[in-house]
Design a protein around this ligand. Sequence first.
Ligand SMILES: Nc1nc2c(ncn2[C@@H]2O[C@H](COP(=O)(O)OP(=O)(O)OP(=O)(O)O)[C@@H](O)[C@H]2O)c(=O)[nH]1
Ligand SMILES: [Mg+2]
Length: 327
Amino acid sequence: MSPRSRRRKHAVSQLNLMVVGFRSLGKTSFIRMLFETLAIRKNSKEEPELPASLFQSAESVRDAEEARTKELYSFTLDIEEEGEKISLTLVDSPGFVKDNELRLDVQVTEALRYIEAQFDHTLAEETKVKRNPKAQDSQIHACLYFIDNANNGLTEKDIRILKRLTARVNVIPVIAKADLLTNTQLANLKQAIKKDLKTHEIPVFDFPVDEDDEVEPEMAAEIANAQSQVPFSVIAPEDAAITDPNTGDRIRGRQYAWGIIDCLNPKHCDFVVLRNVLLSSHRKLFKDITLEVFYEQYRTERLMARKASKMITKEQKKKLMEDLSEI
Ligand SMILES: Nc1nc2c(ncn2[C@@H]2O[C@H](COP(=O)(O)OP(=O)(O)OP(=O)(O)O)[C@@H](O)[C@H]2O)c(=O)[nH]1
Ligand SMILES: [Mg+2]
């Protein structure tokens, strides 16, 4: 093995994911479920500092207020996915409020500011004379937008938020708490959301298929399957220990009088498909689009703004000189 390929084999890929959406839709529960299914690398040098919310579900906290995510937080895990080493950062954010337009706008701006601040890190690194080759990529590569399944599609507020988010980040729409919907209701809601996205020309991540790229048939089928599931439905498990009555195995799910939901069963929800899209099949594409489209766009805007402010100063300076000469 050449040193180069050995280096590549050990290379760690950075992936940064964020969740946003209105209050109490299951964002933190989703992060907890994702965390529970990850293969954490034991050889990592330092133990990651993990938030308490990962070990205590909202169901087990009596006070609903206590369970609410109060501020944006992130944590990083060294994981291994299909033989690849990934440094995964998950960013959880406070739920948007529905009944205060002004506050909602501020909250969306805060989420966007966080995303832009990560671009600023790259920008600062790029402009350094001596760049750090080990600089971390903190850009948000994909953002899951949680949609309330109580509505018949996207609301006016969803549309407004999505328009702002899709200008800065790969957005993946998600229907949370899909256990509350029947099959028909879920199918109808998915259709309605797809239609709303199209009508309002909201460019959420759309699983592009590169015609020139030689994709293996198995992979092409996987991509087509993932694309057909958008918006992805997810169900978070309850805390109770549930065992499969046939095999006795532990199930991450929800138990009802009439049966058991297995959150990891693709027939019950799209969690496994979504997880694969995020961590494996589309990981590189998310990163490429973030750097080549969203970062480039942000960088251009920043440079133009800088140039404009310089021009204003020049003009102002000229006017000042003229004013002075008139005295
Ligand atoms: N039925 C059902 N309940 C869920 C599901 N996911 C989460 N919940 C419940 O919904 C409530 C809110 O869950 P959280 O994960 O705290 O929601 P959140 O979006 O992080 O809430 P905020 O941080 O306040 O915005 C809790 O009582 C969860 O147990 C689900 O898939 N199905
Ligand atoms: Mg939360």
